[in-house]
Design a protein around this ligand. Structure first.
Ligand code: HDD
Length: 711
């Protein structure tokens, strides 16, 4: 058994949950290794359609061939409608658990209060705008949909990596989605919001201003799905055993911190490796680095609902954490990839309306509409019996009088399918025994189409977000909006949006307007309130300890490299939990003595050749010593490009011994310092370029690289 197989087995064994066990009954029995039709008859020939032929000439194919017909029928109907939004996604299994019972003061839901439980979990991450085949690294919101298979039924938290939404009322959802999706005339653009219709809509719908700021910030281009925060976005409620109700927002905080790509990287990876994020998730899990988040809640007692200058039921607003801190309750770990994409990731279906006892809705008008929409869309996508699909069915019993419909699988042997019935079959369960109890909420009002008074203010929090960013983050945001508006060729569109920006920040509006030929303001449209909150900058979420865990580090080698150093580096990176990739002049064995062919002994296997991978898909790279190897790298335009591109993307770059001279020549920028002294083991760290002169310092360089990585 190979190491990878052994590792895979270990990981699999470690992550058996009740849901994984439940899925086993649907895993195909592939032990008998032969081919049959769908009705079980063994097939002798799968390659030739039945024909009238003399053996020399083809002759006509016969419709009679039931085997060929079945194969084609099945193929013709393989596709189901892709999700109308969030079509592109990737999923993984894992578990959720709380650390203690502290949440029992807010809720009686065991999934949130019982620390002895480990709740099986499935998460699907997604982009919103693009089709199923679009690229992973586009600028977009990322879906963060969590299905918790609790003993009381499935609980779905269908969230995003951004805590607010474009609109306040569900009735606007078709409008925002039509506006952001490819334009109706020519179905352009794919996987982008950089077009007239989107910016036209958001310019006329100022409630979207806050969310637009988030999407245009670095949050819109995550480095990894594992390094995103997740937010339930909508306001839900919790009810405790004493019957008291609390408003609540749900948060997921990634163990490894919040990290983003740079826009240039995101653009390039979109072409170089469109599956970058889904491969990253799979790679991390398979390499024994499960993705992990802490789970937290923000809570507002019912009595304090109206204490704030914003409406706590307005999904275009955050609950500022200086006013309402996040209380950490537990963690979620994703440690198992799917066995089959379609049956799990594609067929998984979430509903905001899926809650369990102890959890309730609020009057958040976005949530109310969502509660209708999700179930409805699953009927189109998967059919009315979608909840029976293996990935969707709960791990607790399902018993009711719902019957029939297309693709019904469950067989109910009882002869009564109504309540009440003479057999007392499937009686309702009183709340004291676990039946879902609706909170007795007093409601009064006048039936009318309105929004609450506090829903009318749209710019305070957009400003709060902008104020809370670091200068570098603000620069990125300005570049992002400028990129998008540059792609809008309708003057009305980019002029009106630059005007809108002046309600958020004068400098922001001015700079964007100058960049895109918009309306350059001469004074702010409204004063900046000057408030900021630390946690709105993603830098706030740096991991407590710097770590290279699950980072992708490349070692660049050419014939004649220093093997001792490469071995030392690999060991150091492995010890830190990173994955190491050797990139060389060709895929195959590369030797320290410069030999081109050999048995492999004494050499290192290059995973890719220089043209096969670009610096963009690695987090850092290092160049070992070796005179001949350093010269070969210096003679190669692609490796020089590697260095310059990675430097431009602010990546840590390391070099040792002769590798340093190559690095210095390749970077060619004044002000960067290097240690080129082959006698010196001093580690020089300058602008993220880490260099050291002697062989004994290989591990030091690795350490320095590790520290730099997290700065
Ligand atoms: Fe939605 C999918 C998140 C508002 C209607 N939504 C969908 C998914 C996520 C979100 C993560 C993908 C689920 C999956 O992986 O299968 N949606 C959100 C968030 C929202 C939001 C965080 C605001 C708080 N959505 C929203 C509204 C509506 C919808 C207001 C309609 C009234 N969303 C849908 C949908 C989708 C969907 C059309 C498409 C596929 C699906 O539901 O299962 O029903």
């Amino acid at each position: 058994m190979s190491l990878t197989q052994a590792l895979k087995q270990k990981v699999t064994a470690a992550v058996e949950t009740k849901k994984i066990a439940d899925l086993q009954r649907d895993i195909a029995n592939e032990s008998g290794n032969y081919h049959t039709t769908d009705h079980g008859v063994k097939v002798a020939d799968t390659d030739n359609w039945l024909k009238v032929s003399d053996g020399t000439h083809a002759g006509p194919s016969l419709l009679e061939d039931q085997i060929a017909r079945e194969k084609i029928h099945r193929f013709d109907h393989e596709r189901i409608p892709e999700r109308v939004v969030h079509a592109r996604g990737v999923g993984a299994h894992g578990y959720f658990k709380v650390y203690d019972d502290r949440a029992s003061k807010y809720t009686y839901a065991p999934v949130l209060t019982d620390p002895s439980r480990s709740t099986p979990t499935f998460v699907r991450f997604s982009t919103v705008q693009g089709s199923r085949g679009s690229a992973d690294t586009v600028r977009d919101v990322r879906g963060f949909a969590v299905k918790l298979y609790t003993d009381e039924g499935n609980w779905d938290i269908v969230g995003n990596n951004i805590p607010v939404f474009f609109i306040q009322d569900s009735i606007k959802f078709p409008d925002i989605i039509h506006a952001v999706k490819p334009e109706p005339k020519n179905e352009v653009p794919q996987g982008q919001s950089a077009h007239n219709n989107f910016w036209d809509f958001v310019g006329l719908q100022p409630e979207s201003a806050h969310m637009v700021m988030w999407v245009m910030s670095d949050r819109g281009i995550p480095r990894s799905l594992r390094t995103m925060q997740g937010f339930g976005v909508n306001t839900y409620t919790l009810v405790n055993a004493a019957g008291e109700r609390f408003f609540v927002k749900f948060h997921w905080i990634p163990e490894l911190g919040v990290h983003s790509l740079m826009w240039d990287e995101a653009l390039k990876i979109g072409g170089q490796d469109p599956d970058f994020h889904r491969k990253d998730l799979e790679e991390a899990i398979k390499n024994g680095a499960p993705a992990k988040w802490e789970f937290g809640i923000q809570v507002i007692p019912e009595a304090n609902e109206h204490d704030f200058d914003f409406d706590i039921l307005d999904a275009t607003k955050v609950w500022p954490e200086d006013l309402i801190p996040v209380e950490i309750l537990g963690e979620m770990v994703l440690n198992r990839t799917v066995d089959e994409y379609f049956t799990e990731t594609e067929q998984v279906a979430f509903c905001t309306s899926h809650i369990v006892p102890g959890i309730g809705f609020s009057d958040d008008p976005l949530l109310q509409g969502r509660n209708f929409s999700y179930f409805d869309t699953q009927i189109t996508r998967l059919g009315i019996n979608w909840q029976e699909l293996p990935i969707n069915r709960p791990v607790c019993p399902v018993m009711n009088n719902h019957r029939d419909g297309a693709q019904r699988h469950r067989i109910n042997p009882s002869n009564v399918n109504y309540w009440p019935n003479r057999e007392q079959k499937f009686p309702p369960v009183p709340p004291s025994e676990g039946g879902y109890q609706d909170y007795a909420q007093k409601v009064q009002g006048i039936k009318q189409r309105v929004r609450g008074a506090k829903f009318q203010e749209h710019y305070n929090q957009a400003q709060l977000f902008y104020n809370s960013l670091t200068q570098i983050e603000r620069n990125h945001l300005i570049s992002a909006i400028s990129f998008e508006l540059s792609h809008c060729d309708d003057t009305v569109v980019y002029e009106s949006y630059t005007k809108l920006l002046n309600n958020i920040d004068f400098e922001l509006a001015k700079q964007v307007a100058i960049n895109v030929g918009g309306v350059v303001p001469d004074k702010p449209a409204r004063p900046n309130h000057g408030k900021s909150v630390p946690n709105l900058s993603q830098l706030y979420y740096k991991p407590k300890q710097p770590t290279i865990k699950s980072r992708r580090i490349a070692i660049l080698v050419a014939d004649g490299f220093d093997m001792v150093q490469v071995e030392g580096l690999r060991a150091a990176f492995k010890a830190g939990g990173a994955t190491t990739w050797v990139i060389g002049p060709r895929r195959g064995w590369i030797y320290p003595d410069g030999a081109i062919v050999g048995s492999g002994k004494g050499g290192v296997w290059a995973d890719h050749h220089f043209e096969g991978q670009r610096s963009t898909t690695y987090d850092a790279f290092i160049i070992p010593g070796g005179a001949k190897h350093a010269q070969a790298l210096a003679d190669n335009g692609r490796t020089i490009h590697w260095v310059r591109e990675a430097f431009g993307h602010c990546k840590p770059i390391g070099a040792i011994c002769e590798g340093v001279a190559f690095l210095r020549e390749a970077v060619m920028l004044p002000g960067v310092e290097y240690n080129t002294n082959l006698e010196s083991d001093k580690v020089v760290n300058s602008y993220g370029v880490v260099t050291v002169g002697t062989i004994s310092a290989a591990n030091l360089a690795a350490d320095a690289l590790k520290i730099e990585q997290d700065q």
